[in-house]
Design a binder for this molecule. Structure first.
Ligand code: E4P
Length: 220
């Protein structure tokens, strides 16, 4: 499964990319609004650092304007994926942009029918928002299971990009279900690394090694 960072923050990207596990980035208008600097420059820099798919979202709401904005975003870097919201206009814009060879991520997906429509108009990625569904007492991961099953039935090329991830268990479940990608905040990716038994085990190995070598060195 591919792992993307869900961020507009360059420090997150600079910190995690050297680990060698990051395949791409997703941004959204809220995330980029938290950062200082020109969003285009930030997106360009992220693309240079990641060298992988980087989602940049349109803020227009009419299909024609989304298409114009999408083309403009795509001109920033070859790695840009244009993100459009799942609306009727977003669906129309997705069809046009995809037919021009521009990759589109259809975002704000909350139902399997929305995912089916996005695949039919050639979306490269569909983003089900699992955390926001969990927030309203509906299983976000059940939606992922339904989308994976539907896409498998028809061999759609659209990749399932699990979004609105809140904790590592979302990642584990997504991987078990065969989702293509999980996009996660940096702190959730950090949490994937941690296990107290790893820390204790390493401490003990090093302590034992030091003890044995100190004992050998003090032998006459
Ligand atoms: C995905 O592309 C979105 O940027 C993101 O995952 C939204 O997550 P949130 O629900 O934590 O805002």
């Amino acid at each position: 499964m591919k792992i993307f960072i869900d961020t507009g923050n360059l420090k997150d990207v600079e910190g995690l990319v050297p680990l060698g596990i990051i395949d791409g980035i997703t941004t959204n208008p809220s995330l980029l609004s938290k950062e200082s600097g020109d969003p285009r420059d930030i997106l360009k820099r992220i693309c240079q650092l990641v060298q992988g798919p980087t989602s940049a979202e349109v803020v227009s709401t009419a299909a024609d304007a989304m298409v114009r904005e999408g083309r403009d975003l795509a001109s920033i870097d070859k790695h840009i994926v244009v993100k459009v919201p799942f609306t009727r206009d977003g669906v129309k814009a997705c069809k046009t942009l995809s037919s021009e060879g521009i990759k589109v991520n259809v975002t704000l997906c909350f139902s399997p029918t929305q995912a089916l429509i996005a695949a039919k108009v050639g979306a490269s990625y569909i983003s089900p928002f699992v955390g926001r569904l969990d927030d309203i007492s509906t299983s976000g991961m059940y939606l992922v299971r339904e989308i994976v099953e539907i896409y498998d039935n028809y061999d759609y090329a659209t990749e399932v990009l699990v979004a609105s991830v809140r904790h590592p268990l979302h990642i584990v479940e997504a991987a078990r279900m065969g989702a293509d990608i999980c996009t996660c905040p940096a702190k959730v990716i950090d949490a994937m690394f941690n296990h107290p038994l790893t820390d204790i085990g390493l401490q003990n190995f090093l302590k034992d090694w030091e003890k044995a070598h100190a004992a050998a060195a003090s032998r006459p």
